[in-house]
Design a protein around this ligand. Structure first.
Ligand SMILES: [Fe+2]
Length: 203
């Protein structure tokens, strides 16, 4: 296996074991490599936004998050980046500036029946509109900061190491302001159903 992928799997496994919220969300622990995870190959497909990752900051509280940030950056040239919302009526600027690649799941380096795992990147000043999906979701911030919106809740701003949970089917949105953001996103249940915009006018 490519050393950058070995490193990525090790860094993700360490975060799953060492981050309490993530550990509770999906029991991945140290069984990741030997568990139900099958290696799969896809042609790499990079995007322009992959060149603009947020830097870790001195004093970011969780070394495991910083280590996974570094591993996702290193493996980025090997990934098949996604255009999740291509073909919808969203502004093409959003399609170009919103970055996501899959680590575990459809189009990712590994497949699993238990969970999907992605990295998401947003540059400063981008709004990821309201959307929902049947899968339950957890974001763990790896670098930068972003404002997270969940229907029925006040918005909250998260920085490296902090996590947010999105229940099944509940609309949510993300906004960056002065900082970029980078997050590790995991799904459980209903892994095969893609997100849809909450606003029917965007679909
Ligand atoms: Fe989501």
């Amino acid at each position: 296996m490519h050393p950058d992928l070995t490193h990525l799997m090790a860094a993700a496994t360490a975060l799953h074991a060492g981050h309490a919220d993530l550990r509770d969300f999906v029991a991945m622990g140290n069984d990741l490599v030997d568990g139900d995870y099958q290696r799969q190959d896809h042609p790499a497909q990079a995007v322009m936004c992959a060149q603009h990752w947020p830097d870790a900051r001195p004093g970011d509280p969780l070394e495991l998050a910083t280590a996974l940030r570094d591993a996702f950056v290193a493996a980025a040239p090997l990934a098949q980046w996604r255009y999740t919302y291509e073909g919808s009526k969203i502004d093409p600027d959003f399609i170009e500036r919103f970055g996501c690649y899959c680590m575990i799941g459809s189009g990712g380096f590994w497949s699993s029946a238990q969970l999907s795992g992605y990295v998401v990147y947003m540059p400063p000043g981008l709004h990821y509109p309201w959307h929902q999906h049947p899968a339950e979701e957890m974001y763990v911030m790896l670098a930068g900061s972003a404002e997270f919106h969940l229907q029925g809740q006040p918005p909250q701003t998260l920085t490296a190491g902090q996590a947010v949970f999105h229940p099944s089917g509940v609309p949510h949105a993300t906004t960056t302001h002065d900082d970029p953001m980078m997050a590790y996103v995991t799904w459980r249940n209903h892994l095969d159903i893609v997100p849809e915009w909450t606003d029917p006018g965007l679909r």
